[in-house]
Design a protein around this ligand. Structure first.
Ligand SMILES: Cc1cc2nc3c(=O)[nH]c(=O)nc-3n(C[C@H](O)[C@H](O)[C@H](O)COP(=O)(O)OP(=O)(O)OC[C@H]3O[C@@H](n4cnc5c(N)ncnc54)[C@H](O)[C@@H]3O)c2cc1C
Length: 385
């Protein structure tokens, strides 16, 4: 497949920016579990995180396929886009369902970097993948909503000004369809922090800046509601398709990094007086990963195309995420094996990327739930849960 010159130019520009953030930078952040603020600032200044924002609001008005390429190149360069990817996928909900007043109020600031939209509060400790059972409630009180509840795994909450929050506005036993009664809010965390909002970091196996978030009578203005009350689940599903496609693109980028790193090492490392890459036992796993990555890449492009054409990419987005997360994880494992003992040494970056890549068969949606979606919605098999 040949790409347009515009997309090729985006790839070159992202690669050039990433060259200023080598393994030493990421290793230090990883060791300290520190947020890569300089990298995120550089991406913002270069306009990459405003790719999806229409030009009228200060962005570049690009489509999801271009955003996917940006995220892929970041990962392929050995950087970690998880520090900033939410701004891209949350954006979609605001663009599609936000009012003109909300877009005018927030988008220019997000585009110029003075406002950060990096937090997405959906997951809760008790409900897990069963989003429709979430317990965080928003109760209307005059010109405000009062929020009570808890979120978990709300990544980057400490490094974001705004949070897209999913909460229940009508009790589950009072709605006809269980997908009704949930609403989406754009919460200004600068106003709420310490006034009903508290954030507690969770230390994880990789540097991900994830947190638990607690709402204790947090009051937010009614103007924070996105779209119509009670329709939030429908809105968020469309945003989740964008999220899955972008994360799948990141996985393709990771797979490319692992494959390139393993190939270079296999050419260079000599054991038994010949390069290890001369052994088919070393070549074949690399070649297999390459084929797997290319197949996933095609599905990512296809899913982004369906999304950009305004179609419903539910099946394609899920398949892209499934294939790409499996391709990146297979490539991560292969890369460690190819490096032998050096795969475990910090200075090679392989073990860091290995830990980072592990996330994506679990989040933002686990492999089982994707298979379940395909079984039920594409193949027509009986619903299992
Ligand atoms: C580092 C990190 C960052 C994250 N960032 C965010 C974020 O920013 N915002 C946010 O909202 N969430 C975030 N998440 C949450 C993430 O989306 C969830 O962890 C993920 O969706 C899985 O949900 P769970 O952890 O509750 O697992 P569970 O729902 O408890 O599932 C556990 C396991 O059981 C399996 N399982 C459950 N039900 C079924 C079934 N019916 N059939 C077959 N298998 C099943 C699942 O596939 C999974 O493997 C993050 C998670 C992590 C770890």
């Amino acid at each position: 497949m040949t790409e347009s010159e515009d997309i090729a130019e985006i790839r070159r520009a992202v690669r050039a920016l990433c060259a200023d953030y080598p393994g030493t930078y990421w290793r230090e952040k990883d060791r300290e579990r520190a947020y890569p603020a300089e990298f995120v600032d550089a991406l913002t200044k270069a306009g990459f995180l405003a790719a999806l924002i229409p030009e009228a609001y200060g962005g570049s008005g690009l489509k999801l396929d271009a955003a996917a390429v940006i995220m892929e190149e970041i990962q392929a360069a050995g950087c970690n886009g998880a520090s900033a990817h939410a701004q891209m996928y949350i954006m979609n909900t605001l663009l599609r369902y936000g009012s003109e007043a909300q877009k005018t109020a927030y988008l220019p600031g997000i585009a110029d970097g003075s406002l950060r939209l990096q937090a997405f509060g959906v997951s809760e400790p008790a409900s897990g993948t069963d989003t429709l059972s979430l317990r965080t409630v928003a109760v209307r009180d005059g010109d405000h909503y009062v929020i009570n509840g808890q979120k978990i795994w709300t990544s980057r909450a400490e490094h974001s000004d705004l949070m897209l929050l999913l909460a229940r506005t009508t009790p589950r036993d009072q709605v006809t369809a269980k997908t009704e009664g949930l609403s989406i809010f754009l919460v200004d965390m600068r106003e709420a922090l310490g006034k009903g909002l508290s954030i507690k970091p969770i230390r994880t196996m990789m540097n991900h800046s994830t947190t638990e978030v607690f709402f204790d009578d947090m009051r937010i203005p009614v103007t924070s509601l996105i779209g119509e009350e009670g329709k939030g689940f429908r809105y968020i599903l469309s945003g989740m398709n964008a999220e899955r496609i972008l994360i799948a693109a990141e996985c393709v980028g990771d797979a490319k990094w692992f494959i390139s790193k393993a190939t270079d090492y296999a050419k260079d490392r000599s054991v038994f007086a010949r390069p290890i890459g001369q052994n088919q036992g070393v070549q074949f796993p690399i070649a297999r990963c390459y084929a797997q990555m290319r197949a996933a890449e095609l599905m990512v492009h296809h899913a982004a195309h369906v999304f950009d054409q305004g179609g419903n990419p539910g099946a394609e987005a899920n398949m892209a995420k499934l294939l790409a997360s499996e391709a990146s994880w297979a490539a991560a494992d292969m890369c460690v094996q190819t490096h032998g003992g050096f795969g475990f040494a910090e200075e090679y970056d392989v073990e860091r990327k290995f830990r980072e890549a592990r996330l994506y068969t679990v989040a933002p949606i686990s492999t089982n739930l994707i298979l379940s979606y395909l079984a039920e919605h594409v193949l027509g098999l009986p619903r299992s849960y």
